[in-house]
Design a protein around this ligand. Sequence first.
Ligand code: FAD
Length: 271
Amino acid sequence: MREVKQATDRQRRSLPANARNWRKSLRSYSSRLHWHCHFIQKLEDEPRMESENLNPLYDGLRPREPHADLRSTWSRGETGYPFFDACMRSFSATGWLNFRMRAMVTATASYHLWLDWWARGLHLTRMFSDYEPGIHCSQVQMQSGTTGINTVRTYNPVKQGCDQDPHEQFIRKWVPELAAISDPYIHEPWTAPNAGQIIGFAYPARVFDHMAAVKAARERVWRVRRGDEFRDGSKKIMSKHTSRKSGKRTLKRTGSTEDLAQLSLPRGDAE
Ligand SMILES: Cc1cc2nc3c(=O)[nH]c(=O)nc-3n(C[C@H](O)[C@H](O)[C@H](O)COP(=O)(O)OP(=O)(O)OC[C@H]3O[C@@H](n4cnc5c(N)ncnc54)[C@H](O)[C@@H]3O)c2cc1C
């Protein structure tokens, strides 16, 4: 790791003045190497993070033994949301997903399907080709909201599909059951004129309604987050684990505010 870091820095310093983008990419890569070690250290400091909620006030919020049918629907990529299902199926076949899609599959299991991260997370740990417990435990807890210091970040699987797979190639590859659905409907096949012949037959009906599921999850989570006990617990976690300045910033794109203290974390864009 040190050799890689030093070689990256050397390369960055040797770039010509006009190589701004290349320099920025290397800086970004370097910061990920920093995160890598930072998270490994975090688990070393607090090993209970591997099996317990970082903030114990979340204990019991979701059933520790997840609903078996929902869990297999999630892990097999049969939720009825084409982009989400494509991600899970691709992940099962290759053992890899990029950061944002890992965040989406984790957050969706926690918020939309209300599955506890621990038992469900074992599926990811067994499958990831780059499994690293330190990074993984922290990330799974952050994306599931059980650190108590991260904002509740949910992902809309339809919007993510439109953003990340605008030409539908990824969905077409991994969800062949939708071959008869034409392009304009592929992200929301239940709206297609021929949906009646496919949805619920060749391809499953949606197992959750995005808006309703997110609303219900937020209400349940915020019931825990209100109150002094939660605030005190969060302060302790923040002082032990975060390295960013706390405070608020306004997100340009959405105009909403979010906490800056993030377990020192990269931010996936929500929704
Ligand atoms: C739920 C969830 C689980 C994850 N589990 C793992 C895991 O088990 N192992 C793992 O290595 N990464 C994990 N990550 C972090 C990240 O998604 C992967 O490291 C990243 O997808 C690798 O992309 P890359 O190979 O293009 O590396 P680059 O983006 O080029 O980064 C280079 C290296 O930096 C490290 N890195 C990159 N992003 C992060 C990050 N966000 N946090 C910490 N280190 C990072 C990795 O070691 C990576 O190989 C997880 C993220 C989430 C949201």
